[in-house]
Every structure is written in structure tokens, then in C-alpha cells.
Unconditional design. Structure first.
Length: 175
């Protein structure tokens, strides 16, 4: 199997799980955050929906200069908007991967802020770390947000506690 086909299979499987959790985001609580140092719910959900775009960007460029960016996120105000953003980014990522050769994944890619190079590594490493693993990290973070908001959390790799329909465990007394 070629590198791109393996990545496409993983991306599609994980996108289905991401879709399940984004469907549960209560967008009416977009400004909620669990802690002053935490990201707002709407920003986190938007970031998760945008992260597959890192695949497209990485495969189509040689570098990203954060100093030259003028990024302003648009936070979806409906579940349909949020899912459409995810679907669009996943579809573009799949297309970028489909057109990539195994050799393309070995090409170097650089993240910089002006003259300061943050890192430079092969595109396959950027995809694994900055796109896919980064995506999974934030999806896990979102599952905690949903739990704290008492929203049923869907299973990602099997049924979740909520999906098993079992009563909440009793908490042992501190005495």
C-alpha cells in the first residue's frame, strides 16, 4: 500500500469519529470554557473542524510563515456549519493526499515565524504530528468539554460510557 492510501484510510476513519463528536457540540454555548486558561468551546470545535486543512496546506506548500499570516477564525453558529467545515476540509485533504506520491512525503516542510525557524521536517512527519495527532489531541479535549457540559459523549474507538446506558458509578465516601 502506498503512503497516501494508508493516510487516506486513517483520515476517513477518524473523520467519521470527529463528525460524531462535532454533532454533539452545543453551539449555543460557543463562549463557554472550563477554565480561564482554556479555549472557548466554539473555538475548539472550529479548530478541530479546520485541522484536516493542515494536510492540504502541508502537501501544497513548502512552508508556513506565521508572521505573514492574517488568520481570523470564523466560529460556526450552527451544527450544520460546523459539519460542513469539517467535511470541506476532509474532502480537500483526501484530494491532496490522492495526488501525492510516496516521494512527496519525504520533501521537507518548514514552520517559521519570520526569520525564526520553529521546525523543518519531512512532510510525512508534519502530517503525523501537526495534522493527525494534533487533531486527535483536540478531539479528546473536546470530549472532556462535553462531559463537563453533561452532553453525552460518543464513542471514538468503541462505545462510550454514555452509549452503554449504565448508571453512573457510585462515588466512594472520603471517610
Amino acid at each position: 500500500m502506498s503512503i497516501n492510501q494508508g493516510l487516506i484510510a486513517e483520515l476517513k476513519m477518524e473523520a467519521a469519529s470527529t463528525r460524531k463528536i462535532l454533532e454533539r457540540v452545543p453551539v449555543e454555548k460557543n463562549d463557554w470554557k472550563p477554565h480561564d486558561k482554556s479555549m472557548k468551546l466554539g473555538n475548539l470545535a472550529n479548530h478541530i473542524a479546520e485541522l484536516p486543512g493542515w494536510i492540504t496546506m502541508t502537501m501544497g506548500t513548502e512552508e508556513l510563515d506565521l508572521a505573514a499570516m492574517n488568520y481570523k477564525p470564523t466560529i460556526p453558529t450552527s451544527t450544520a456549519e460546523l459539519l460542513a467545515k469539517l467535511d470541506e476540509n476532509v474532502n480537500k485533504a483526501v484530494a491532496a493526499l490522492e495526488s501525492a506520491s510516496d516521494e512527496d512525503f519525504g520533501k521537507m516542510w518548514t514552520l517559521r515565524r519570520g526569520d525564526h525557524v520553529i521546525f523543518s521536517m519531512p512532510k510525512i512527519a508534519v502530517l503525523r504530528s501537526m495534522a493527525l495527532s494534533h487533531h486527535y489531541h483536540h478531539r479528546g479535549q473536546l470530549s472532556v468539554y462535553l462531559r463537563l457540559l453533561d452532553v453525552h459523549v460518543p464513542g471514538m474507538y468503541g462505545p462510550s460510557y454514555d452509549e452503554m446506558n449504565v448508571p453512573a458509578p457510585e462515588v466512594a465516601s472520603a471517610n
